[in-house]
Design a protein around this ligand. Structure first.
Ligand SMILES: [Zn+2]
Ligand SMILES: [Zn+2]
Length: 260
């Protein structure tokens, strides 16, 4: 049993749809076994467990918990970076928490094809207050009548959908692209790992966004220091999420053996 089966189990349970034949054979886990295994995995690999379930949109609670646990991990290790060590403890927490949020967002991208539109926060429209002409007026005696009103304009970025695709624009999420020169040479389409996304199929969350966000808390942090010291720390948080997910998978496999 692995984390993917936890997700399948969760959805099967929550939608009450179970089209697989009723399990009677002894090598299938019962619901109680699954619950116990999940509990065990959660206590042995809390970050990986919450991160994965959060990534799979199982619950917002798990998402929050993953960011919280990653922040704790970051706080434990951030003093190795001089630029972070120098910050006041108040600022430090805010900076590490922000980096953890961005790291989690980046980690989640591998699973989701779409993401909430930043521009309109998922609403599809941009609300603003503007002066609207209520009456055009008439000659010099009656001036035009204006009133402030809430206006709704279609969000240009997502075209009103409220979400944007995070698939790589070059390979459209396939992770590989047709290599033009090689294809011409061989006379057949030759596919190569997409250079833009390095085969991931989706665009990474720009690290510059994370830098911009923490600059609000630590204005003294220069882009040189970011590139040299803080960005590697940020990348480490992402690596930690991936490693924790693997660990959670390993723990789950250990508890359940080869059962599925
Ligand atoms: Zn939008
Ligand atoms: Zn690509």
């Amino acid at each position: 049993m692995n984390l993917d089966s936890v997700v399948k189990y969760h959805f099967a349970k929550s939608t009450q749809i179970n089209d697989s034949p009723r399990a009677t054979s002894s090598d299938t886990l019962t619901g109680t076994d699954v619950m116990a295994a999940m509990g065990m995995c959660q206590s042995r690999a809390p970050l990986g467990y919450s991160a994965f379930l959060g990534k799979m949109e199982i619950s917002d609670n798990e998402k929050r918990r993953a960011v919280q646990l990653l922040t704790q991990y970051g706080m434990k290790h951030c003093d190795k970076v001089a630029a972070l060590r120098k910050l006041s403890s108040n600022t430090k927490v805010k900076v590490v928490q922000t980096l953890a949020k961005f790291a989690f967002k980046d980690y989640c991208r591998s699973a989701a094809g779409v993401e909430q539109c930043e521009c309109c926060k998922g609403a599809g429209v941009i609300k603003a207050r503007a002066m609207v002409i209520k009456h055009p007026g008439c000659g010099k005696k009656t001036p035009p009548k204006l009133a402030e009103e809430e206006t709704h304009t279609l969000c240009q970025k997502c075209n009103g959908k409220g979400e944007v695709s995070v698939a790589c624009c070059k390979c459209k999420g396939r992770g590989e692209a047709v290599h033009r020169e090689e294809s011409e040479l061989q006379g057949v389409p030759v596919k190569r790992t997409c250079k833009q996304c390095l085969g991931r199929g989706y665009e990474r969350v720009p690290a510059a966004d994370a830098f911009r966000a923490i600059s609000g808390y630590a204005p003294g942090l220069t882009s040189t220091v970011w590139d040299k010291a803080v960005k590697p720390f940020y990348e480490k948080l992402i690596t930690e999420l991936l490693a924790s997910e693997e660990e959670a998978n390993r723990q789950l496999g250990k508890v359940t053996g080869n059962f599925t």
